[in-house]
Design a protein around this ligand. Sequence first.
Ligand code: F6P
Length: 323
Amino acid sequence: MMKNARKIAVLTSGGDAPGMNAAIRAVVRKGIYHDFHVFGVYHGYDGLLNGEIKEMALGSVADIIHRGGTVIRTARCEEMYSAEGQEKAARQLKNHGIEYLIVIGGDGSYRGAAAIAKHGIKVIGIPGTIDNDITGTDLTIGFDTAVNTVVEAVSKLRDTASSHERAFIVEVMGRNCGDIALKAGLAIGAESILVPEIAFDLAEISEKLVRGYRRGKNHSIIICAEGAGNVWEIAEKLKQHSGFETRVTILGHVQRGGAPSAADAVLGAVMGGKAVDAVLEGKSDIMISHYLNQIVDRPLDLAFGPRTPFDSRLYELANQLAI
Ligand code: F6P
């Protein structure tokens, strides 16, 4: 006989990220281990509003830990911005007798959760986005995999870049956040890293390319976060200033796919497990966070505060190394 008839639900929302499946699996398995009924909400908040809520058995999360994407699907949902949508979302959960909603996603997804909490549902956020742009956590699920994807792609571009002696401008994801660009740029030894957080001077970057060429470099790689500016215009200006042939590669949604790195699969598992611990402790309005090298829970509304400052020291180091 089940000791615990309590019901909890898990939902993924916003952009998918590798490692989300590991987190879903952890919530389902650890939830069932503690005798909860665990429900999956399909298609994010869209699905919640339409009542796409199904109980998940142990076997429903078999063979997913190594898969990218999210097996319970995701969506971006306009209706959740309205008071009616938020009230309806909470009602759907109450109709199923669900006490807790665990939301895996970014800060926009947390806002939906916070609104639902006002209607009497307990909520927990798990940070899942490749952008690493959630305040309150040093790391998000999917970021490490995305950085590795960029590094792998650039190693292929390098072959053709050096054969033709070209400068490649590689656009990576990160609407408002330069973290993917910074980490990947540092990992590959990029000549320049362009991010939305820090102003840059294309004339200066061109001079650096010319200096490198005089020292015998046969190609250059510039990593540009999508939020840093129009990559085509940047490539054209660099060509005009430096005289080098430039090429643009936009890595796009490739960065969101693929098997999670070991680090992301572990992060997903540990954060999912920690969310169930928080349920057992009766906590609500919290986010699971990688903070000071520990997995802890922190207030959800931290995510709505000012952005975590960009790591300008690491950025400076990358610049010094690419002198
Ligand atoms: O938030 C994650 C992210 O991948 C951003 O880096 C990117 O700008 C955006 O999602 C793309 O969103 P969509 O898949 O809706 O085009």
